[in-house]
Write a protein that binds this ligand. Sequence first.
Ligand SMILES: CCCCCCCCCCCCCCCC(=O)SCCNC(=O)CCNC(=O)[C@H](O)C(C)(C)COP(=O)(O)OP(=O)(O)OC[C@H]1O[C@@H](n2cnc3c(N)ncnc32)[C@H](O)[C@@H]1OP(=O)(O)O
Ligand SMILES: O=C(CO)COP(=O)(O)O
Length: 620
Amino acid sequence: REEHITCCFCMGHGATGMNMICLAEADGFFDVLEERRRSSDLSYAFRTFNPQPYRGAMPISAATLNRMVLESQYLSYVIQEILLESEEPREALLEEASALLDEMSQNLQLGFIRLLGFIMNKVFKSVFSSIHVNEDGLTRLQQAIQEYPVILLPNHRSYMDFLVLSYIMFTYDLSIPVIAAGIPLMGMKLFGEMFRRSGAFFIRRAIGSDKLYWAVLSEYVRTIVRTGYAPLEFYVEGLRSRTLKSLTPKLGMLHMVLEPFLKGEVFDISLVPISISYERVLEESLLAHELLGVPKPKETTGALLKARTVLKEDYGCMHVFFGNPVSVRDLVKGKINCRQYNLVPRDLPTKPSKEMQEFVSGLAHMIIRLQERNVILSAWNLMAVVLLQNLQGIDLDLLTHKTLWLRRLALRFGAHLRWPKNVSDSEVMSSSMSLHHSVVRCERGRVYLVEEEGPGPVTQEEGVFRSATAVLMCASYRNQAVHVFTRPAMVAVAMTTAANDIFHHFTFLLELFSNELVVIPGQALQDFEEGCSLLQESGVIGRSDEEIYVRDNGQETIIFLRAILQPFTESYQVIVVVYTIVQYVSLSGEVQTYECLSSDLQKNVLSALLRMAAVTKTKV
Ligand SMILES: CCCCCCCCCCCCCCCC(=O)SCCNC(=O)CCNC(=O)[C@H](O)C(C)(C)COP(=O)(O)OP(=O)(O)OC[C@H]1O[C@@H](n2cnc3c(N)ncnc32)[C@H](O)[C@@H]1OP(=O)(O)O
Ligand SMILES: O=C(CO)COP(=O)(O)O
């Protein structure tokens, strides 16, 4: 079925409407590339760009912005403080601050956006079949940008994320954002400067206790927000998730962007969660290798040029969902006493109170939850769930049957799914498998994971490495969907292991997996209730004042949900055994999951054990 809809964004640029692939369960999207395929790259790059900026914004240049930071009362106050602690003369500190700012600051210029627009237009049309964007989200964003300073908060899965977002903003006449970028990108010959001139500002990775750096960075960020210079984009997860699962959020930038509101410098700030999902991720194999300990290739122009072969492949479609703008003013109401900020002059540094730290942490987690909630899943994500529960291979018919069963369950649990309507289910499956030929193959009606081939005989270690790569690649696509099942799955596991104290066991699982499956701190009861009601509404469990029980026809779902968490529980068990008694025990033959080889999971286990005081950390 093809639908003809009119889109307010395309109307402005010469298109009367567009054909949209109809999505079974996720309508309201349009394909950004559709119109682009009909016009020339050059005319796209030189199109009239006329964004409506934030009403209160002063039109200022990047150089003026830097000067405002250098001349700020805040910076002179911090420099004064440092002078009291160190021997350095004031001039030297000022010079250092100026050099930091030169290193950090963006220098957004429309000419460079056009140049990158030209290049990216070509790249996107070649690698993606479509880039779907939710139309109402874009309309809301357009309004939000005019009303208040806007902070764009996307999830981070690929280098494509920030390129696509600026591309969408340019295409639909929205103010180009300035973007917090990790400093390694700055070092890329030519591209580093191109990124800076396209809005990137560079932040160091480990800032530690460098007081001057923190002062320059935070004043720079606050000045952007306070002046409404441009929408500010940053990745609250801090880096690309190698597992495609959400990462525990970083709090530093969020603290900084909220301050202008807390200090009464702006009336409100809009936070816009953005959910980006890929049918196939460009870095899929690199990410799995990194999880297995292969170092990330350095961000250099040479490496980028070498990697251009990936551009020859098909990566299917991607979705960008602009969530509802969240008003900071509304969020803060009743939670934070802003008067504490009015008691000290605005220009003086304020140490965030415990109450504030908890608020920012809760907010960052809530943003992650909103990103997850609006992620658009594909058939492949569900197929990956089934494939990982059948590592020995599965008949195609059974895979289809189980995926369709899972599709019904996922929809009942509130997932957003892209499932083309005008093709048969078996065609959907087979086109997913051919898109993911690097992960899966079908031989004589049976579907298996693909292991990388390499020259020469395979040693036992190489064999494990290849199998683990295949599993981790497939697992990353399952991970894109795992948030849909997390809470009901934890209820299912808790019901099986602790029939008498289900809630207590549920909170234990929540605590244990709180890095693995990001959860909002202090919301255990709401999470439990959500898990139970999803199961209840789906007819899987029944509930009375005294008990929670599995209904007769609910067993299949409970077994499936337990299996979803199994790779995690099993991996955690294996890692605990390895850390504690590896010298005495041979694990061969006992390991059921390759996922325990993921460095991300191992890090999460250590964090959990530390948090739960099961281990202590000593520096030696
Ligand atoms: C048409 C087509 C166009 C195409 C056009 C293309 C455009 C192309 C543009 C390219 C664009 C690239 C974009 C790439 C995308 C990324 O590179 S993503 C990576 C970079 N971005 C981010 O990381 C943003 C989020 N990160 C954060 O918020 C982090 O907190 C920060 C600010 C980076 C700091 O990182 P961190 O040092 O790891 O910090 P964190 O753990 O938050 O805090 C460390 C400590 O400092 C303390 N601290 C926090 N704030 C402060 C403060 N203000 N003062 C003193 N101490 C503080 C904390 O309390 C904490 O203390 P402890 O709890 O450890 O005791
Ligand atoms: O986020 C980054 C660029 O997108 C840089 O960090 P990672 O390469 O570690 O993800």
